[in-house]
Design a protein around this ligand. Structure first.
Ligand code: AMP
Length: 621
């Protein structure tokens, strides 16, 4: 154990972990953000105390569950640490829709909501109001140091003040993972488990107070909450909180903050590689101590190219909501092995077969772990183990290889989606009789979401309309990029829909069979798709995402459409209209709307136009 980890090991709750760090690293910068001054460890702890005390005065403590709906950024980090050190924190996805939040509030048992006063957080506020839950507002001040929050006046305390003091076995954090049943699966992390994770991080990556990282991962997932926050802040490091993954600014932030390490998913790193010139130009001679890759498999070719580009060792790791890290490749001078996730880290790890027998060395079995704060179930005669639902095997040197998943989750660039959740929402549509969601192989995301649907007798299904319907119910990344309307579903011998044979349904037709674009607009849209996707031809009904597009390519398509047609489509438009024919139709509809407006303005008198402009000026000022 390195010296810093050793010093932290006396903490048994997240509260004492952060309090100890504040005592030890008092004036050192803890929380940073682009364009802001840094928040010191002492000030961070002051913030935790102020917000925590206020929560407790209102009756919220370790046994109540505080939903946290804040946009990504330094204030979300402070609010998270304040809540988690004093009560039980339930971070919410700011992009979640009302229907998702309703299910999640109930599943997680949210008892009050913390939001930023200047942030609409409309969906979360609506759900809290429906349930009659108290809403506490904090004020963000962009002129203050990064992460600084002010409380709005307390008002009357509600009920008894909550008891002070969190215990190691108390649940500190409740996060959502995509349960295979489609119901949000509640993962409860105890103080003991989180402290163990933070210490294992410090140990595995030899983190110290000299380290600095930039967080671009969501603050409702362990990647943002533990890997990029608890681990580095427990040992005096600096964390720069970005407002999310912003391709245009990331390299500038690297040049400005000179982070010693970075944690990303494969798709992010593939984006770095696609912009290697920019990376070199903007970051110059900057060298990371290491780059961590997790949440999804890192292809050895990507790892090799990334190491060539950055000169930094790429450390592939394996973890999950219930426990991270589980396994990590060694840092130099240890040997990292591409295609593997290294060795067990802070956990006992074993592979069992379906009958609960330990598998022979080199054979594939389910990865199971024993870790502090993680509840296991009995496996044969072997005691209690937590089943990860992932399969793996050890190579001849004892490095773990992940070979697949037992569970049916779709892994879209590290974001996990339960097919059942998508299917349930598809079936809410009156025209849908049967629905199945499944993973479609994708060149940069690894997998993307696709669905097949059967229409109700006499009904017709329009995939674009169905997608719009889903966008009101699911976060955009869960909405299938590709929806195929089929007459019947392929069934297995027991009558179950054969999910495994679904991907073949979506296979790209041979070039000759591609439905060519019709008319000028479709041809120009198809040319833009083809250029961004780097393919020769695009059929009029092919989905941008199914052809290999991702959100970064999508942004490029939208900006090229803007240049070509002068039409500004909203950012998630490609999720609704992913094919050439769909996009061309939308462009035509918008052009018509614009013509109508021009015609209406032409019909107005000069005085009416002047009055309109004056009204508009007042509205904008
Ligand atoms: P989550 O709970 O959303 O963090 O998802 C955890 C799941 O991501 C694991 O159970 C694995 O299926 C997958 N995963 C995490 N890290 C890796 C990795 N390095 N390689 C392959 N799959 C991974």
């Amino acid at each position: 154990m390195n010296v810093d980890a050793d010093r932290e090991a006396d903490a048994d709750t997240v509260t004492s972990l952060i309090a100890n760090a504040a005592k030890r690293y008092t004036a050192a910068p803890a929380i940073l953000a682009p364009g802001r001054s840094a928040l010191s460890y002492a000030d961070l702890w002051q913030q935790c105390l102020a917000i925590g005390t206020e929560l407790r005065a209102r009756g919220h403590g370790p046994r109540t569950r505080v939903g946290l709906a804040m946009p990504a950024g330094p204030e979300m980090a402070t609010a998270y640490l304040a809540v988690v050190t004093h009560a039980c924190c339930v971070p919410l996805n700011p992009g979640a829709q009302v229907a998702e939040l309703r299910r999640w509030f109930d599943a997680a048992g949210v008892t009050c909501l913390l939001v930023a006063q200047d942030d609409a957080a409309g969906a979360a506020r609506q759900v809290a109001a429906e349930r009659g839950l108290p809403i506490i507002e904090v004020v963000r001040d962009r002129r203050a140091p990064a992460g600084w929050l002010q409380l709005t006046p307390a008002g009357e305390p509600v009920g008894e003040p909550a008891a002070v003091g969190c215990a190691p076995s108390d649940v500190a954090l409740v996060i959502q993972t995509s349960g295979t049943t489609g119901q949000p699966k509640v993962v409860e992390l105890t103080h003991e488990g989180m402290v163990s994770s933070a210490l294992s991080m410090i140990e595995a990556y030899q983190l110290t107070a000299r380290d600095c990282t930039i967080n671009v991962r969501p603050m409702y997932h362990v990647a943002g909450l533990i890997v990029n926050t608890l681990g580095p802040l427990a040992c005096g490091g600096r964390v720069v909180y970005a407002p999310g993954f912003d391709g245009d600014s990331l390299f500038d932030w690297i040049a400005e903050f000179r982070p010693t390490w970075f944690s990303g998913v494969t798709t992010m790193y593939q984006w770095w590689l696609a912009h290697e010139q920019d990376y070199r130009r903007k970051t110059g001679d900057h060298r990371f101590r290491f780059l961590r890759a997790g949440s999804a498999a890192m292809p050895p070719a990507t790892m090799r190219r990334l190491e060539e580009l950055t000169g930094a060792p790429v450390i592939e790791a394996y973890g999950m909501s219930e426990r991270t890290p589980i396994a990590v490749n060694p840092l130099p001078p240890g040997k990292r092995k591409p295609g593997t996730v290294g060795h067990a880290t802070g956990v006992a790890l074993a592979l069992f077969d379906a009958d609960g027998r330990a598998v022979a060395n080199g054979d594939i079995g389910e990865i199971t772990i024993q870790a502090p704060g993680v509840r296991g179930e009995p496996i044969g005669e072997h005691g209690l183990w937590f089943r990860t639902g992932d399969c793996g095997r050890f190579d001849q040197d004892g490095y773990l290889l992940i070979t697949g998943r037992l569970k049916e989750l779709i892994n879209r660039g590290g974001q996990k989606i339960a097919p059942r959740e998508v299917e349930d929402q598809l079936l809410e549509h009156p025209a849908v009789a049967q629905a199945v969601a499944f993973a479609l192989p994708h060149p940069t995301l690894g997998e993307d979401v696709a669905a097949a649907v059967v229409a109700q007798a006499g009904a017709a299904i329009d995939p674009a309309e169905l997608r719009r319907f889903l966008l009101d119910r699911l976060a955009p990344y869960k909405v299938p990029a590709f929806i195929r309307v089929v007459a019947t579903m392929p069934l297995g011998p027991t009558g179950k829909i054969l999910r495994s044979s679904m991907a073949a349904l979506c296979a790209r037709p041979a070039d000759g069979a591609i439905d060519a674009p019709r008319g000028e607009t479709e041809s120009r849209v198809a040319a833009i798709f083809a250029e961004v996707l780097g393919c020769e031809r695009v059929g009029r009904h092919e989905s941008f995402f199914a052809l290999g597009g991702d959100s970064i390519g999508g942004a490029r398509v939208l900006s090229r459409l803007m240049q070509a047609f002068g039409v500004e489509l909203p950012a998630n438009e490609l999720f609704v209209y992913p094919s050439v024919a769909d996009v061309a139709q939308e462009i035509a509809a918008r052009a018509l709307q614009a013509e109508d407006v021009t015609r209406e303005i032409d019909a107005l008198s000069d005085d009416e136009v002047a009055a309109l402009l004056e009204h508009e000026d007042t509205r904008l000022s």
